[in-house]
Each structure stands twice: as structure tokens, then as C-alpha cells.
Design a protein around this ligand. Sequence first.
Ligand code: PGA
Length: 248
Amino acid sequence: MLWVGTSWKMNGTLASARDYAEKLVGADASQWSGVQPFIIPPATALSEVRRVLGEDSGILLGAQNAHWEDSGAWTGELSVPQVADAGAELVEVGHSERRQYFGDTDEVVNRKVRSIVAHGLRPVLCVGEPGEVFEEGRTVEFITGQADSALEGVDPSGVVLAYEPIWAIGEHGREPRRDDLVRAFDALHDRYADHVTAVIYGGSVNRGNASGLLEIPGVEGLFVGRAAWSAEGYLEILAIAGEWVRRH
Ligand code: PGA
């Protein structure tokens, strides 16, 4: 099973979220058989997207973040039980934007992963190295360090582990070449594949490179930002992944 998901980051309104979810539900899911889709809207749209998806669309719904405590005086935060109440089944954690701008250290990421797993939700755990670490050839030690720390004291079996090199993410990111990723996926596969649900790739995924990325040994899915911010874009990548499954 390939895991192919998207986070919309801080984009969209209730109306656009509803429209997106309706397009997914209305599409022919046989195009992506063998693929587990997941979508991660902004928290404000979770319950509406849950309503549109219903309970048996086969598309999993996630939150972009959650606090490690269940409740309390944490102004502006949302807890795992709260995002679960709004319909989330997954919670994204450790994304480089959270680590860089919101103080999500390895310790914070580990606390969040523990809470997500304790509440029976699935973490989508992101790890990834900055450009200078990549240039120095220290990618593997960096990302396995992040993943080991995030998974400390946790049953990892429900975790979707996403390798997202920071230098490849977003509008200033550079599309990776196959050779950039082979060693990292080799190492991630050896260390985690038998223990987690899936090890996937994220960072400048698009319809042009999706199939080639899936060819890299150890890649068990894709985590997509910009190229899946429209339902059409996401459906196209799901269809490419479905086609890849049929060919293999
Ligand atoms: P991108 O984002 O596909 O727009 O590069 C990926 C991510 O941040 O997960």
C-alpha cells in the first residue's frame, strides 16, 4: 500500500475545503486502488471536511498540529482529543516549518507523538535536514537522530514517517534528483520499515516527478504540498500513484 497525502498548510476557506472534499468524494476511487490517501486541511475546516467525506470514503483526515496536553491553559492551542473530536484520524508532527518557526524541538515532537499515539491517532512524523547538512553529507545521521528522538518510548507501528529535506520544500525548494534521496531512503528503510506503517517522501513532489520518486527503493508514498492544493492536482497525483501500483 502506498500512502499519498497532502497538507494544505495555512490555505483555504471553509468553502474551498468543502469544494475540495466534494471533488475527492465524487471521483472514481478505483483510479487509486492500492493507495491510501490522506488530506490535512487547516483545523478550522476539519469538521466540515469530515462531514463531506463521511465515514467510509477511504480517505483519511488529519490535523496539521496538536498540543501534547489533553486540555488546560494553553491559549491558542488544540489538543489531540480536540482534533479527534473534529474528525481527525492523523496528526502531522515535526514538519520543518513547525520546527523552524514555532519552537517544535525534538523533545516537543516526542511529547506530541506520545500523545497522538496514546489517543489512538496516527502520527505523520516529518523529519528532514537543512541544506548545509545535506551538503556536508550528514543527512542520514541527522534524520535518524530526529526520528529516533521523536519515537522514543512510543509504539511506532502506526507511524507514517515522512522524509522531507528542508532544501526541497516549498517555493524556494529545489526538486530533488533521484541520487539525492537514494542513500537516505536506504538508511530509513533499513532502520524503520519493519517497525512503522510506511516511509514516505515529501518536498516539491509534483505530477512530473511523482512516478520517478516512487521508483526509489524504500519510498512507500508521497507527501505533497503545493501540487495538491487543488483537488485536481491531488487527484492527478493519486491517479499517478494508482497507475504505479498497477505497473508493479
Ligand atoms: P511542497 O511542500 O510539496 O510544497 O514542497 C511539501 C511539504 O512541506 O510537506
